[in-house]
Design a protein around this ligand. Structure first.
Ligand code: 9MR
Ligand code: ZN
Length: 547
């Protein structure tokens, strides 16, 4: 089918702007809401690429900078209506931030702020410590991870990290105003994004044992069927501690300390103490303690191959927060070990630069972000800068291999492919601050265009944003709440050529290119689930674009 694919939300006035046609044409025009022509241009033929499998043709209208509502017309085909305006992304930004509020667990939602998406308090019972004869523990609060009701320490830490690094790099995020209630312990001066993040930080504090180690997750033994969160009343379990979770918490609490100290010194000190306690446990327990589900349990495993990147992140974050040289030495030693491990991983087909990996499994890039913030002239800070620039250069190269200008290769279309892209966009938006190459900006914008509809599915992967936004996330409350539309601002996992669920398997054998391995169906947990850490990198990247 002939299609004019475009970012369905729109563009900032001075941003690069393009649409992609999956058919050949000589010319295109941009017309406003009244059908009046606003711009004429020539279509540039690109050709077929391996990610979309389409004959792509590019219509560049960057020169059109006047605010308004427009659509693209070419050869009788029309795009959806989109906006050009400097506030084109205001609603999107509010929506993707407010998602975390709707995902809150415990006694946290109110009808006033959640409206029709309100649900009763959930998961309020104490959790049993799996395999131990100890008192059950109160770990209420935080955010549900995803379409399921699990709460996982590493996933939570990474989502918080994306948001807090976003705040550190791009101050504008502190000025995003949207409706959420005051949170416990807020002295009345927390910007919305920090109030929301505090909800998860408070929960993560409860996940830490007295000895500093951190439980990997709290979930029911198996995933709940499709029901509202308050109806999920199975016993909650705290599964074993892992060095992965402990290191991520040491890191993210140190990072949080650097942000919250400007608002609430007492809370910041508490974060720092807990970070140090976790770090001490790591030093006392140098052997990796990875995580695997006990037999018969099927909730998220979030397994990782090593804990070196997690320990590296913790050392970097503590160095950034305290300037204490001992963390620098630790980070240096871990860097060497990580390089060794990486040589082995690269042999196994792993791609990209390990010092730019931004979670949930590989987190050394989060350590690099702390080093970038430190802005020192030393070996590790240089490594961070060089790694981000080298990776951004690689991404630019990849983006030239397809008509979408998209910095993704066929290998990137895995489970949660949109996060792969969003992490790349985090790298690009950070690299711009080191070396402001125009190519970085082009690749970054193309990434946003892709997420918002300029893709061969012709779908915006953010609910409620774009005329053809996806509507059927694999998300328990949405699936059963009898409300027509899901709440806005949810980011879909996106195409996954691995087709890891039963309904996705119906695409098998159709010879689909990676970009088309997607169905907007509630059953498709491997293509269309949502998670906190698929929303969070978009918050970071969009903040970068708006800066
Ligand atoms: O996001 C995770 C993805 O990278 C993995 O490939 C996948 C399979 O292990 O698991 C995803 O995480 C899921 C988690 O285990 C449980 N909550 C929902 C997450 C998103 O699907
Ligand atoms: Zn809950």
């Amino acid at each position: 089918m002939k299609k004019v694919l475009v970012n369905q939300v729109g563009f900032l006035c001075n941003a690069p702007k393009k649409a992609v046609l999956n058919f050949q044409a000589n010319e295109f025009s941009v017309v406003d809401g009244n059908g009046k022509k606003a711009f004429d241009g020539k279509v540039e033929h690109f050709g077929t690429d391996e990610i979309s499998g389409e004959d792509t043709n590019v219509a560049d209208f960057s020169a059109l900078t006047e605010e308004g509502k427009y659509k693209i017309v070419a050869d009788g085909q029309e795009s959806v209506l989109f906006t050009i305006s400097n506030d084109a992304y205001d609603k999107l930004m509010k929506d993707i931030c407010k998602c975390f509020y709707y995902l809150r667990c415990g006694d946290a939602l109110s009808k006033e702020f959640a409206g029709e998406y309100y649900h009763k308090p959930c998961h309020m019972t104490k959790a049993t410590v799996y395999g131990e004869e100890v008192e059950p523990v109160d770990v209420t609060g935080g955010w549900h991870d995803a379409g399921d009701y699990g709460r996982y320490s590493t996933a939570g830490a990474v989502a918080v990290a994306h948001l807090l690094y976003g705040v550190r790099f791009f101050k504008g995020l502190l000025d995003v105003h949207y409706d959420i209630p005051k949170v416990a312990g807020d002295k009345g001066n927390l910007p919305e994004i920090l109030a929301e993040v505090k909800v998860e930080l408070d929960f993560l504090m409860k996940m830490q044992r007295e000895n500093g180690s951190v439980w990997h997750k709290v979930t029911t033994f198996n995933h709940a069927p499709f029901l509202m969160p308050e109806d999920d009343r199975e016993e909650l379990f705290l599964f074993s501690v892992s060095s992965l979770a402990t290191a991520d918490i040491a890191a993210v609490f140190a990072l949080a300390y650097t942000v919250y100290k400007d608002y609430d010194a007492e809370y910041a000190d508490k974060l720092m103490q807990k970070s140090l306690l976790a770090y001490k446990w790591l030093l006392d327990n140098p052997d990796e303690l990875l995580f695997f589900n006990p037999d018969g349990s099927n909730t998220g495993q979030y397994d990782e191959a090593e804990d070196i990147s997690n320990r590296f992140w913790a050392a970097c974050a503590l160095y950034e927060a305290t300037s204490d040289g001992k963390y620098y030495s630790d980070a240096q030693e871990l860097k060497n070990r990580l390089e060794e491990f990486d040589k082995y991983a690269q042999k196994k087909g792993y791609q990209g630069n390990v010092f730019t990996c931004l979670g949930w499994a590989e987190v050394a890039g989060l350590g690099s972000l702390s080093l970038l913030l430190k802005r020192e002239e030393n070996a590790l800070c240089s490594l961070a800068r060089n790694s981000f620039v080298a990776e951004a250069d690689r991404l630019v190269k990849v983006s030239k291999e397809n008509g979408f200008g998209l910095c993704m290769g066929a290998n990137d279309f895995i489970w949660g492919s949109n996060m792969e892209l969003l992490k790349y966009m985090m790298i690009l938006s950070t690299a711009i601050r080191i070396d402001n190459k125009p190519e970085y900006k082009l690749a970054l914008e193309a990434g946003l265009d892709y997420i918002l509809g300029c893709n061969s599915m012709d779908i915006s992967y953010v609910t409620g944003n774009g005329e053809k936004a996806f509507k059927n996330p694999h998300l328990r409350p949405t699936a059963v709440d009898d409300i027509e539309e899901p709440w806005p601002g949810l980011v879909s996992g996106g195409p996954n050529s691995g087709l890891h669920d039963e309904r996705a398997q119906t695409l098998r054998g159709k010879g689909l290119p990676p970009m088309k391995c997607y169905i907007d169906h509630v059953d498709c947990y491997s293509l269309n689930e949502i998670t906190i850490y698929w929303n969070s990198p978009l918050v970071f990247a969009l903040s970068g674009i708006l800066e």
